[in-house]
Design a protein around this ligand. Structure first.
Ligand SMILES: *Cc1c(COP(=O)(O)O)cnc(C)c1O
Length: 399
């Protein structure tokens, strides 16, 4: 869109500037923007965003500043905050992520999955100052970015064909590093929705002599840390949780949780956070978060989704999405399309179709492959429309 720098928004109705193109009112610009967003969301298939959530919160408080300043557990004398609800969010996820109630944990709502990863790796680096970061070559780009920001040496470990890290290759890389290691595993890779086998990786590290005192393990569960826990048959090894000897776990709020703004949640073992906490006297709080001011509206939205939709709701969503993803995989495969569909994953990978199809469904592409992610808002009608468009392209380019 061309933006006219001379544009002036009238407060009440249109303003005419002699000789100039008519200036739209603010209301008209907002209306046009809303129409564009709704149209884009109606055919969206390419990113793991749950667009079904009809969040009522924080609409009622949209005019209020809500700022969870400082540490959520300490609070501060600043009153316009919702730290209590933030702690309920963290407690909810601690339960789902099998945190032992007898052990001490810390958590907070963060700005995005990226901030969760960055802060987790910061906690890791403070605990293991001379360490090499190991992640798979399918890790999200926020992981190597965090390594650059934190100036940590990083090694990308090869993946198995489906996109999950090779546990033996991880153990070899850890041995080769010769230092402590920080390991970033992924629960649902961005491109193929693969799950690193947490149990197998920890066992391989143990066998290589890289024991718990020499490592810090973070699990990036941006999408599937809110999917796998709700699938009863998923194998224990890939189940994201603190019953494995991991140190931190994070997810995005706008992915499966379904908040209407980007955000995330991080949970870590408490001693790592106590180590970096510094008291800020004028806040009367502890400085334990990357951001000073933190988005309280996001906290309200995550809280409403977790408590309101509930475990039963997420269970239904996970099972429904998985079934629809499997159906789409079956249908495309039946038509001869080579589809990669990892077990327990909502992500399908297939040859990249024509630009018109890529753009209409906003498919993410890399290396001539595209992927679709079957989220709760991706229903049968949208899938059948997509199947029709995709297979029309598929048969046309093969004839
Ligand atoms: C989306 C994603 C992220 C980043 O999350 P944002 O909320 O977009 O910052 C990190 N890791 C994985 C595996 C992701 O899919």
């Amino acid at each position: 869109m061309q933006v006219d720098a001379r544009r002036r928004f009238p407060v009440n109705g249109a303003v005419e500037v002699a000789g100039a193109t008519p200036v739209p009112t603010m209301a008209a610009v907002l209306q046009r923007t809303e129409r564009r967003l709704r149209a884009a969301q109606a055919t969206h298939l390419g990113y793991p965003y749950n667009l079904v959530a009809r969040s009522r919160v924080p609409a009622g408080m949209s005019g209020l500043l809500v700022n969870n300043l400082g540490d959520p557990y300490v609070g501060s004398h600043f009153g316009s905050e919702v730290c209590e609800l933030e702690l309920e969010v963290v407690a909810w996820l601690q339960r789902v992520w099998r945190a032992d109630p007898g052990e001490a944990f810390w958590g907070s709502v963060v700005a995005s999955g990226t901030e969760g990863n960055l802060w987790a790796l910061y906690l890791a680096r403070e605990a293991r100052p001379v360490a090499t970061l190991l992640h798979s070559d399918a890790a999200h780009y926020s992981i190597p970015k965090a390594a650059r920001l934190l100036r940590m040496p990083a090694v990308a470990v090869p993946t198995e064909p489906g996109g999950a890290i090779d546990p033996e290759a991880l153990a070899s890389a850890a041995r080769a590093a010769g230092t402590d290691v920080v390991v970033a595993l992924t629960c649902g890779t961005t491109m193929t929705g693969a799950h690193d086998d947490i149990a197998a990786c920890l066992a391989a590290l143990d066998r290589a002599g890289v024991t718990a005192e020499r490592r810090f393990v973070h699990v990036d569960g941006a999408l599937n840390a809110m999917v796998i826990p709700f699938l009863d048959d998923a194998p224990e090894g890939i189940r994201p949780g603190f019953d494995h000897a991991i140190d931190s776990l994070s997810t995005s709020g706008h992915k499966m949780i379904g908040t209407p703004m980007p955000c995330g949640v991080l949970v870590a073992r408490r001693p790592y956070v106590d180590r970096v906490a510094a008291a800020v006297s004028y806040l009367r709080s502890d400085d334990t978060t990357l951001m000073g001011s933190r988005n309280g509206h996001a906290v309200l939205a995550v809280w409403e989704r977790l408590i309101g939709h509930g475990e039963a709701g997420f269970r239904r969503d996970a099972a429904g999405c998985l079934a629809r993803a499997a159906r789409l995989a079956t249908d495309l495969t039946a038509a001869g399309v080579p589809v990669v569909h990892n077990p327990w994953s909502l992500t399908l990978v297939f040859p990249q179709p024509a630009e018109s199809v890529v753009n209409r469904y906003q498919l993410a592409c890399s290396d001539d492959r595209a992927h679709a992610i079957v989220m709760p808002n991706v229903g049968d009608a949208l899938l059948s429309q997509f199947r029709g468009d995709y297979l029309a392209w598929w048969s046309a380019q093969r004839s």
